[in-house]
Design a protein around this ligand. Sequence first.
Ligand code: HGY
Ligand code: MN
Ligand code: MN
Length: 427
Amino acid sequence: MTLAAPDSLREPLRAPRIDADRLWARLMALARIGATDKGGVCRLALTGLDGQARELFIRWARELGCTVRIDAIGNIFARRPGTDESLPAVGTGSHIDTQPTGGRFDGNYGVLAGLEVLQALDDAGIRTRAPLEVAVWTNEEGSRFVPVMMGSGVHAGAFPLEHALAAADAGGVTVRQALRELGHDGAAPAAVADGAPRFGAYFEAHIEQGPVLEDAGVTIGVVTAALGQRWYDVTVRGMEAHAGPTPMGLRRDALLPAAALMQKVREIALAEQPHGRGTVGCVDVFPSSRNVIPGRVRFTVDLRHADEAGLARMDAALREAVRALSCPEVSIEVEQVVCFPPQAFDERLVGLVRQGAEDAGLTRMDVVSGAGHDAVYVARTAPTAMIFVPCKDGISHNELEDARPADLAAGATVLLHAMLAQAGVAD
Ligand code: HGY
Ligand code: MN
Ligand code: MN
């Protein structure tokens, strides 16, 4: 029979405290992997650089005594045991893959804030009843491989594992091959439906990636929901021809209807304010020679809205515009490649985030996320909430992305409070 140590001998439970410098140091160490000359990060999903970043995370997690699990789509889970291992884990995390001209904080912050919470609990000698897990979700950005939010999407059953593994980049390399190259083609089931453990609750900390918090002078964004998204690949086909001998009236110029459609994307979004968003991010003109009439134009469309009916209206307006611009000389194909509805977060967990900000004496406001996050898919499998902190000038998906150490630590403090409230402190 083991006697409990008398109170005087037991390490007193100190209030856990986020170490802002330690969090910042880890962020800067991670940012060195794929660092760009302009101070950003280019670390595309499942490249060698992403592999190095994954291994660094795994090393840090193991140094904290975590066990590490990698699932079949490469999601990484670092687990800190609870005193009651029968309870579902309280999860946190985000992604460490970046945009080609990405920043040091998008995704990386949520992963390292999670590690910082674990280390703060260690420093304070606190055990939680429920286990805690920090997740690194594969390919959140959707920049190298589509669909976006791939690892969390497979976890939640938004699309099958096979569909994700077969996704190929512009060079024809598949996710399956890239995972194998990194040795991160894990054995653990990836989808909850296939037996992957479901979180008891999930909190994700993230920079806001917009100007609202900074503009309001508020530190904590209590995220109540995220916009729904629809992504399309549009291909307009005409006929390449010589720019000189071909009269204007006898051309099959693919660029003309493409340009009109791109303008229409902006009009469709402006008609759906305040939450409607429409973006053409990639344009590829073929053969892209100054004295050849374009024979083919490919471009992407990203539509977003706060409600499903609004998204449906935007989709219908896009397809109507395609119909109106179609003509015998030029064909227009639209393929929808991503579709997920707006996602409300769990009211009770959102309340824990609010309470965490209050307990920490931090200013807060409710916000809706314009960006998609892994939490959007995880919310389909477990109660989920998000915590936003400001980023400089609201700039993100840009190498200039920046954030203040104090704000990042504040968000991690709220994360700590919310996770502790959910996981329970063991006696
Ligand atoms: O596109 C998004 O909203 C996210 O950054 N992947
Ligand atoms: Mn992100
Ligand atoms: Mn992003």
